[in-house]
Write a protein that binds this ligand. Structure first.
Ligand SMILES: [Zn+2]
Length: 404
């Protein structure tokens, strides 16, 4: 009798052990030993990740590209799954990118996190916990921080679009697929009859923490309509009630992707896209918090941006090295500066961006004694067409293979 150690067998064996022969008893002991050994083995990579290189040896691949440790639930990721925030308010995630890649292009994809969120992907030097981006035969990532070195696999010919890279990095930050949200049935219908046999697990639904933010058809974390379809032209995911809503874009982080990262990591950065709006430092008009590093990316359609500060009160310091405001004429900290470090009190002149994008940065140190600022912006009267040129280098475009 060749009984295996399935859960059902264990139950049967335990139920009959007292009244059955030694064979069942031996099986029970054998199975308990086996499961204890598996338990111990499963823990080992968690604590010895520096010598652990095969990402699948102790893991299971779920939802197509997410690697879960057996001991970790995708649902119950606690704070240890998240990357820590440093004293300057930034979440610095060390990354090492394989020399086999065009690093410029991957850096462009990661730069968008840096610009729009408080998550900063930095070059890994000696940090213990870090992401290693390696070539893969598929595109995959672990879920959240696992401790030690953790790999992100990118297929050179399949997932080098900006959004696809961001998708995998976002898994490593602790995000699941958008269509696996607990409330997804209100927004999409899964067409099970068109899902490739054996791939149904990619369309599971989990008891997710939705952060109080809306379902996002535009998320880089959303599958495309025809992913895992067994029939050409037949969608596996259909948005409801409007089936024509596009899903599965991999062009770049959506507004809600950004909002969710900032919410999960308790950041204060935002993307403002209304033609006119008002924004302020955290807690305004009460004192702003210590060690904050907040960004407001104003990105409106086709018009220049006019910005004015309605109130301004920042802790003064020599050369404004403690707390300061800085405004950029573009979408990143690499853009030209419209207003360099400014602190203290008083009225500021209005600022005009040369295009439809402006970035406002607010930094505070560990000691605060001021109320912060409030600012408003509006679009210009002109009808000239401005588009965001972006900062994408053409250096590596020949090596890019965009995901279909
Ligand atoms: Zn994924």
């Amino acid at each position: 009798m060749n009984l295996s150690c399935s859960f059902l067998n264990i139950v049967i064996v335990l139920a009959f052990t007292t009244s059955s022969g030694k064979k069942f008893h031996r099986l029970t002991v054998h199975c308990v030993k086996k499961y204890f050994l598996l338990f111990v083995l499963n823990l080992l990579p968690i604590f010895h990740t520096n010598t652990f290189t095969n990402p699948f040896s102790d893991s299971t691949l779920q939802e197509g590209d997410i690697v879960f440790r057996r001991k970790r639930s995708a649902i119950n990721c606690d704070s240890s799954c998240f990357w820590p925030k440093s004293s300057d308010g930034l979440v610095k995630v060390p990354v090492n990118v394989s020399t086999e890649f065009c690093k410029t292009w991957i850096a462009e994809a990661m730069q968008e996190f840096t610009t729009l969120t408080c998550v900063q992907f930095i070059n890994r030097t000696t940090e213990t916990n870090y992401i290693s981006v390696v070539p893969g035969e598929s595109c995959w990532s672990h879920f959240g921080k696992i401790g030690g070195m953790q790999q992100v696999g990118l297929m050179k010919t399949g997932c080098m679009s900006k959004g696809a890279i961001q998708h995998e990095m976002n898994h490593a930050l602790g995000f699941l697929h958008e269509q696996s949200r607990s409330d997804r049935d209100n927004y999409v219908k899964i067409m099970w009859e068109y899902v490739i046999a054996g791939e149904q697990g990619n369309f599971g639904k989990v008891n997710s923490n939705n952060l109080g933010l809306p379902y996002d058809y535009s998320s880089v974390m959303h599958y495309g309509a025809n992913d895992f379809s067994n029939t050409s032209g037949k969608a596996t995911i259909v948005p409801i009630p409007d089936p024509s809503v596009p899903i599965g874009q991999r062009e770049g982080l959506s507004n809600l992707d950004v909002a969710k990262i900032n919410k999960l990591y308790n950041c204060c950065s935002n993307v403002l896209h209304k033609p006119n709006d008002t924004f302020s430092s955290v807690n305004y008009p009460s004192s702003y918090p210590d060690n904050s590093n907040c960004l407001w990316l104003i990105r409106i359609p086709q018009h220049q941006i006019f910005l004015q500060f309605d109130a301004f009160d920042l802790q003064p310091s020599p050369d404004c090295t403690s707390d300061y405001i800085r405004v950029y004429d573009g979408s990143s900290r690499n853009s030209s500066v419209l207003l360099d470090k400014l602190c203290g009190m008083g009225s500021l002149p209005s600022l005009v961006a040369s295009r439809n994008v402006m970035l406002v940065e607010f930094v505070s140190d560990e000691a605060t004694a001021a109320t912060g600022f409030q600012a408003s912006y509006s679009q210009g009267e002109d009808s000239a067409s401005f588009t965001e040129l972006g900062d994408i280098s053409n250096f590596c475009l020949a090596n890019i293979h965009v995901q279909n």
